[in-house]
Design a protein around this ligand. Sequence first.
Ligand code: UT7
Length: 375
Amino acid sequence: MTYAQIVGWGYAVPARTMTNFEIEKMVDTSDEWIRTRTGISERRIAGPKETTATLATRAAQNALQVADLSPSKVDLVIVATSTPDYPLPSVASIIQDSIGASRAGAFDINAACSGFIYALAVASGMIASGIYETILVIGADTLSRMIDWTDRSTCILFGDGAGALLLRKSDCPTGLRACVLGSDGSGVGSLYIPAGGSRAPLTVEHVQNRQHLIKMKGSEVYRFAIQAITQATQQAVQQAGLTVDDIDLFIPHQANIRIIQAAAKALKIPPEKVFSNVHRYGNTSTASIPIALCEAIEMGKVGVGANLALVGFGAGLAWGAAIVQWGVDATPVPVAWWKSVIRNIHSREAVVRSFALRTQRRLDALRRFNGVNGI
Ligand code: UT7
């Protein structure tokens, strides 16, 4: 039997921190309201030169470094995102190029805040079925670019970031043990961006009416979230042949501490087994679960054999729960100087390769133009 072992992990967040006190100056709210209703104190906001792809590239490079693997070994890059750099092409193609994964295929998945669980399920299935051996799974979003900074019910919630896992073929029974994916599309209007898609291509009027920005019925999503997390986790745990007591660490989507605590209470998971960093990052959408997992690893909370419950929910309405059995020793090892040099060479190689391919394309176009015009 073939399994998809998680052998690398990494995350990236923008350097710029925005506190609740800053938001107090933009809309009618208070630090106290935001903290007590959501648990959020601050979030990271992408700078002018940062995008979903730049954050995802850093997260991917960190995951490759942990795994000590060359990007040329990657077979496939999957990025879960709802804020791609362009409507077309995928962020995954940008990452494939930026990290120098010269052999890899690439595509995006959009399942909003649940996207990372969907991507993990697809990647694990592809490895288990023998199609691929090494897949980079990334969750990355810059929702700050889609937020209405005059809407106090949404602008307080979101932040930007990216998290990545590197999955490799293994004979050890490890990685994804069970997975539950679900959707209730009747809830589209609970959380969506009305304009900018094929239904309402963007016009000046849409922008003037702020229809290109996130609209959310917060209390509807709140009620859905608790039920979705609870049911999906119970189903996934059962599918894995475990009980909730067997879960060593519960890492739900980091949207609101009240949602996390209510779901943990309903599932009877004690607080010490619940991971949350929502106070520092807010809701980073599909990046929240991999970022939280990376931080849990950094804090020594993920040991070999640990059963992790990862649960996402959000726009769609969609949800996903994954039971993951951790398989590798995650104790950080100091990186040898020569490995840092090789890593540097790989990232420069990727830049040079990308430049050479673009130049080649321009030269080909020029040659064709000259041929057609008889020059
Ligand atoms: O990835 C999934 C994404 N979304 C979520 O997970 C969001 C889920 N929902 C939530 O987290 C919560 O519903 C919110 C944090 C968005 C709102 O908290 P709530 O306790 O559900 O508040 P509410 O929407 O019921 O509003 C209560 C009051 C309202 O005032 P009135 O009508 O009672 O006078 C709001 O206008 O709080 C008001 N309010 C605010 N007040 C101060 C809403 N936002 C704010 C704010 N500051 N930022």
